[in-house]
Design a protein around this ligand. Sequence first.
Ligand code: F6R
Length: 614
Amino acid sequence: MCGIVGYIGKEQAAPIVLDGLAKLEYRGYDSAGMAVFDGSEIRTRKAIGRLKILENLTRGGETMPGVSGIGHTRWASHGAPSDRNAHPHTNGTGTIAVVHNGIIENYILLKKKLQNRGYEFVSETDTEVLAHMLDYYYKGNPLEAITKVLHRVEGAYALGILFADHPEVIYAARKDSPLIVGRNESGSFIASDVPAVLKYTRTVYYMDNQEVAALRGDGICFYSLDGEMVEKESVNIDWDADAAEKAGYEHFMLKEMYEQPKTISDTLSPRLQNAGAGKVEEIVIEELNMTDEELRQVKKIHIVACGSAYHAGVTGKYVLEGLARIPVEVDLASEFRYRDPILEEGSMVIVISQSGETADTMAALRESKAKGYQVLGIVNVVGSTIAREADACLYTWAGPEIAVATTKAYSAQLVALYLLAMKFARVRGILSDEAYEALIEDLKRIPDQIEQLLAQKQTIQHFANRYLGAKDIFFIGRGIDYAISLEGSLKLKEISYIHSEAYAAGELKHGTISLIEEGTLVVALSTQPALYQKTVSNIQEVKARGAFVMAVANEGNRAIEKVSDYAVFIPETNPYFANSLAIIPLQLFAYYVAVGRGCDVDKPRNLAKSVTIE
Ligand code: F6R
């Protein structure tokens, strides 16, 4: 989604703003712009397309001198991508400039009122309303004007605002769209996300909902929408800028795939506690803040998430139900929030989100809390809104994920769900010591097993190169294999733009099989021994219609080679954990197909990393 960066201090603002915006490119955007106060007026430059165009237009910021500035990368929501719709937007006289992420839901009404008062609009955006409203309410005190405007707008916003009358301050405000501010000796910064400012400072403040910040070169003050001063604690960011760089890999996605063994170990190890000599580790999830007795009282779990996080949730359902025998419902957050869900006594809600800012997931969390239910967040971005608003938060320690298509955060989400399932199973006395110990051993082996699978990248690349021209690709599987299919298919279509669908293998013959033609690639997941024969029947059905079948199966299952055309094997693990291994060749396949087709792997068209609008 859109990115915001702002700077005020001793340095030239434009190069810092451009540099920060470049760090936010991963979020997805279609145009960029910047406003800088040059000592006498606010100067604005905007350009549709890549940030490079804005950089060239301003010679890396040189042609926009000044020590206070705000910038923006826009992901179009209201009005097509264009120079005119790009931010910053200004009032008619160009004395107030605004950059905005989010959506002002009542903008049509506000726009009409402003037009009746004679205000002229030059863009189709909702944001321009804010610039004119600020103009209308501004009587010399920017804070007063901002709070008056924000009391009148509905929707979500993260804002950076510059007033030509008060160039010694830039203002920031937020509601339901992420925004952080930071400081170093040279000045103060605003950004949508930490990587944008990490090169300059590690001291950041996470802005809360309906908060305004006034940033000066030598300090930051925070206010409520009533204009009252608010005290805030800064947070020290302990991951380094390298974590957000490519480190020699061709793409962030490839780098992040290679980080999966570490990600899994980092998510696992802090929750496995030594239980004494000769004993297997105990699972301790302190963040849950629940006693064993409280865990035993949980009668039903609702998992709510979007996209890949939802796919992790689908796997979670199989694992939680299978291991802990707790009924689980999994919902897409965009559906859950509007279906007036029935949550019974003893229900627990788990929301899963890499970014911790996804609008629908956040709304589902709030809906559940409003109904009086405990919400556990499984979140990657530390300090994000979902992490802060959930009653308890289990962090996945995947570090910053830059590629739009998730890989390592998804893998870490799976591990968090395995840990929860095993914890529930343990306290409910369902798992024998022997079975529990075997599961722990299998869990600990996953990082090394992923290394082995990643080492096969050339074989997968070779195979992927045969499918660069494919029109449709299908993924099939049953049970957990179906959950893996969902994610494998999403990875492929989102980055390669090849149409792909995932089907529960048994469902194919109820319609979809008519799409199979001579040579259609069907990726058949077959990691669940109990379902193996059933999946083989489905493989035979598609082969009989001319499909070319790539099977992903367990090592040692040589029989699968007879029924498929090409087979990839995953090392031995407990079937509940098979997703963590089987997804690796599917990620590699998607990646190499996309690279081979010349796609922008890290920033696929139309997609955004953090979906902060509905
Ligand atoms: C796909 C992908 C998306 C996200 C979804 C939820 O590769 O990354 O489908 O999984 O937008 O995002 P988070 O996890 O940030 O809530």
